[in-house]
Design a protein around this ligand. Sequence first.
Ligand code: XLS
Ligand code: CA
Ligand code: CA
Length: 453
Amino acid sequence: MLFQTIASGDEQGVTAMSEYFKGIGKIEYEGPNSKNPLAFKFYDPKKVIDGKTMREHLRFAIAYWHSFCADGTDMFGKPTMTFPWNDAADAYSAAVKKADAAFEFITKIGAPFFCFHDVDVIADSDDPAKYEENYHRIAKVLKERMDSTGVKLLWNTSNMFSHPRYMNGAATNPDFNVVARAALQVKTSLDVNVELGGENYVFWGGREGYMTLLNTDMKREIEHMGTFMRMARDYGRKIGFNGVFLIEPKPMEPSKHQYDYDASTAIGFIKANGLEKDFKCNIEANHATLAGHTFSHDLQVCADNGMLGSVDANQGDAQNGWDTDEFPSNVYETTQAMRVILANGGLHSGGLNFDAKRRRNSTDMEDLFISHIGGMDSFALGLEVASKMKKDGAIDDFIKQRYSSFDNGMGKKFEEDKMSMEDLAAFGKTAVIHQTSGKQEMLNNLLNSYLFG
Ligand code: XLS
Ligand code: CA
Ligand code: CA
């Protein structure tokens, strides 16, 4: 039994908790030679790299929706997983049990943070007053579990894509009534965020987009989204939300065209709406690849713009164009991601949130642990290798050298914006051009030697 006191639960007649993940204790680091599937091979939370522990660098978070809500249902099949915490007399008791299971899991896996949507932590209600009341009621339970375990809230968000009222969008809905109903969810989620001391608040706009221009005024919809986010920003600051607002880009799915297509688009939107002091991006690996980029590309775009807020750590499937939300296992990807993150001075108030689900046929309870262990180990490996790359400096030096013609003389003047087009063209008349190799294969080989050398 992990928790001795469950005041809010007891109050409501929910009896003291049972252990949901029986037979599984705290997951420990056992090192690369361990054959124990329930142990970390590479994630050693206390190991210091570049002056910070792995735990401080990686700031892992557990996603409530995939880990404690999704039951394996897909477009073609029924649930494959049954959760003991769903077996309760009423929605509130079920939510308390789910919270107990969640905090048992988060504590045993050793993640410092968690993330949730409003309707992950308590059943949705069509009655607005009930929605608010139920959400605040479960927030008290979450607060108590957070206080007793030390687990913190990386971010929460509002699910404004599942309910049929949002079929035409939330903040971008052509019906003002729906926009206002969406505001109730965002306002309440911000209230709960402040109550729980959240470090960030996320907007992911799955339905903020459109299917056809034949029924859509795109300009008006995007302007509405800007107005809505400024209102959210102002309200958050008013009630003492000191964290970072995050936009999570995704190009499509469920909408055909989504307004926050990728990091570049989201940053353009943030700047166009005067939100740059309060907003950054939450980059999901699988969304970046859906947009036709690499994960590290979108991270780099954010880092270059001072907009790297947080990360949804997962991976897609190279053979299809879906958002498969797999647990990260591709160490090339995690290494390149960690290289950008280290150069960014870390994740700051962000973290690595496992927005990832075990496959629907990975049905043992222990698979929830094994999948997270794999994801955490993959990022720990990525961190180790990225730090080696940084220390060695060969790749950074190569890049620096590649641009050295801008370090002095006319090149420097150009970078300092001190040349006219006539000056530049005159220089072009006499410029001597040598063919310079980009050396991509050599750099790939170098990356392999950092990984496996
Ligand atoms: C869906 C998104 C979603 C956000 C939070 O594709 O990843 O889960 O992270 O609403
Ligand atoms: Ca996500
Ligand atoms: Ca996703």
